[in-house]
Design a protein around this ligand. Sequence first.
Ligand SMILES: [Zn+2]
Length: 234
Amino acid sequence: MNPVLQSLDDAICLFYPRLCLACGKQHLPSKQILCTTCEFLLPRTDFHLFKENDFTRKFWGRVDIQTGTSLFHFLKESKTQNLIHNLKYRGKKEVGVILGKMLGKTLIKSELYQNIDLIVPIPLHFKKEIKRGFNQSDVFAQGLSETMKIPWAKDALERKIFTETQTQKSRIERFQNVIKAFKVKRLELLRNKHILLVDDVLTTGATLEAGAIKILKVRGTKVSLATIAFAKSD
Ligand SMILES: [Zn+2]
C-alpha cells in the first residue's frame, strides 16, 4: 500500500478499530480477518486427509464424487457461523478469498487434490448476486485458485430458476427444483477435467449434488467437492 494511504488507514483504525470477524473482540492489524486465537482455535475438519470422510458420506448413493472436504466445522451461534454471516450478509467479500487461501494451503499438501484441473463455484441466481453484490462461492473459489495455482471458472455453471421460499415443498420436490436450476454453460471447458466444485456451507448437500450431477453429464469429467464449512446434521 502507498505510504500515505497506509497512514490514513492506520488513522482510521484508531477511530474505527477492525475487529476479528469470528470472535468480534480482538483488534486486528489491517488486511487480517481473524485474531491469532481464532486462527488457531477455529474447528478445522482435516477431511482432506481422508478420501472417505463425514463429508463424502453425505453423498453416498446420491452422486459419484472423488472426494470432498470443508475448512471448518459449522455449529449454530459459533465463530464459524459469525465468519459465514460476515461473508454472506455483511458484504465482507475478503472473508471468502482469505478462507479460500487457507483451505488451498492445506489442499496443496494433500495427495487427493493433486490432479484437480479446474475450480468451479456454485452459482447464485443473477438477481440474488446483484442484490448481494457478489457470489460468496466465487470469492472462495478465487482464494483457492490463487493458492493452488489452478484456474477457476466463474461462469461454467448457470443458475436458471430462483430457488428460494421452498419451505412448503417436500425434500424430493426441492431437490428436483435444484436439479432443474443448474445448467452447464461452458461444456467445452469442463470436458475431460477433474473439477473441484465449491460452495459456502455443506448442510443437506442437495445443491452440490445437483451441481455435480450436471457436471458429470459432460464427457470425461470427475468431480471433487469443497466448502468453507461443514454442518453435521441435515
Ligand atoms: Zn477472534
